[in-house]
Design a protein around this ligand. Sequence first.
Ligand SMILES: N[C@@H]1[C@@H](O)[C@H](O)[C@@H](COP(=O)(O)O)O[C@@H]1O
Length: 314
Amino acid sequence: MRLYIYENKDQVGCWTANYIVRRINDFGPTADKPFVLGLPTGSTPLPTYRELIKLYQDKKVSFEHVITFNMDEYVGLPRDHPESYHSFMWTNFFKHVDIKPENAHILNGNADDLKAECAAFEAKIHAVGGIELFLAGISKTHRVQNTCLKTRSPLIRAPYPRTLVVAMPRPLGIGPDGHIAFNEPGSSLASRTRIKTLAYDTIVANARFFDNDITKVPHMALTVGVGTVMDAREVCLLVTGVHKSFALHKAIEEGVNHMWTCSALQNHPNAVVVCDEDATMELKVKTVKYFKGLMRVHKQLGVDSCLDIDVSMS
Ligand SMILES: N[C@@H]1[C@@H](O)[C@H](O)[C@@H](COP(=O)(O)O)O[C@@H]1O
């Protein structure tokens, strides 16, 4: 596994978009030999999508012969709901480039037979020869730091007519998370595309997109499995922001573990993690120095041409 560390999320997006364009152009896709790309949703890939659109507008790439497969979709959310992953992908990427609608595959969370929908998705990936490059993101981890819990204290009730609500400090804790697609903690590392119940942490995290009302957040999703991602010939994991730093630590500094499904990538023969400085916050200094040193040496020796990508150009 390689780890590339860039200054900020925009540089990560710039590098990733240019890398995808390079991979597509080197592959030379045609109607008979399309380039198959796996794609994520979320805020993390947005700078990448913005840069990809710019590169398309500058005629540096065409998506005419690119086939995409998205990682996941909510169950039961109308396709045209602004928070569906269909809406996200068309608003933020597809409608701006020349991809053919029939080539952009997104799971249908409203299918009559969800199991058949998942099986058909896997079959389609197989039919086009598998995924060449899977772009992925991971969810954040929650570090609860002295936030307040509302509780009722009988001791300080009088002389107030009603029970008084007082704030009590909560102990520092770390919630389980760091999932890839919707492969929540405990997902099999050999899992395939399937229906998944969302973890409570994920529902709470995603409430920000649903008026902060957890009752509006779908509780189930269709998601590619960890095994589906691992089958891609290359995986590129994007990690930006300090809120992802603990997940990054779990992904690369500790062992492979189904409670941190992103850590499965340690077993992938061709995985690259691209992160920003903020996301390295929970890594050991020696880990950061090691990977930065590798980047420097590989660049000097010219053995890793993707390190030549100029991330300051946008
Ligand atoms: N199912 C998606 C994941 O595929 C995504 O990686 C994650 C992170 O989103 P963000 O990039 O906004 O932090 O959100 C959801 O849980």
